[in-house]
Design a protein around this ligand. Sequence first.
Ligand code: G3P
Ligand code: MG
Length: 246
Amino acid sequence: MKQTQPLIIGHRGAAGEAPENTLVSFLLAVEQGAHALELDVHLSADGEMIVCHDETVTRTTNGTGAIAHMTVEQLKQLDAGARFNPRFAGEPLPLLAEVFAAIPNSIMINVEVKCSYSDRLLERFTELLQEYDRLSSVVVSSFDHKILVKLKQALPELRIGLLYTANFASHRLMAEQTGVEVYSLHPYYKLLDAEDIQDAVAHGLEVYPFTINAEAELQQAVEAGVTGIITDYPERLRRLLATHAK
Ligand code: G3P
Ligand code: MG
């Protein structure tokens, strides 16, 4: 049986070529052929889900301060594009709601939760999934597996993906030990060998390593049988897969 090709998952959009975690980056990734987008979320002071990697806006915008201490109104005044390249000046920090609205539901969105668990997080996330009919086109991931278990218990249909940078005797058993149904494994890409991948896939798990950018390493991951690759360069991966398909 010919193995299906891995999903192209644009890391923070197409973060190699556009300002990370902005709409322009997400749209570029989709244009380049990404099947899915990875993005990071925090909660603002007024309880809105904000798309940003760091706890603070300092590295990626022209502002300073912690997202948890800022309101949407304050966050919306920031420029999240110019630091990457002045030609992206004026690009705002997106709300998760805005990404859900702008990206068709045929594109999977991997929402990585960076903030801690709270009732407000569950409440707002549930509202957004319902409002944008996104439950079946979202995978929520986190390095904090307890958050994922809590979300899964509250929303049984939610697909969860375990992020990790530690190695395990069996990646698949580590997932089973969470006690809830896990959809995907999101390991740091250097941890995996083909045997781990085959074992996980044979047991119904998706395997989406992060973040692979170099051509040779993308190639290796494809050959090892991963079911998706998180990359800053969706276009590079698309070209490589096109060669593979021939
Ligand atoms: O979700 C994959 C990857 O984004 C995890 O690490 O730090 O880039 O969010 P980080
Ligand atoms: Mg991330």
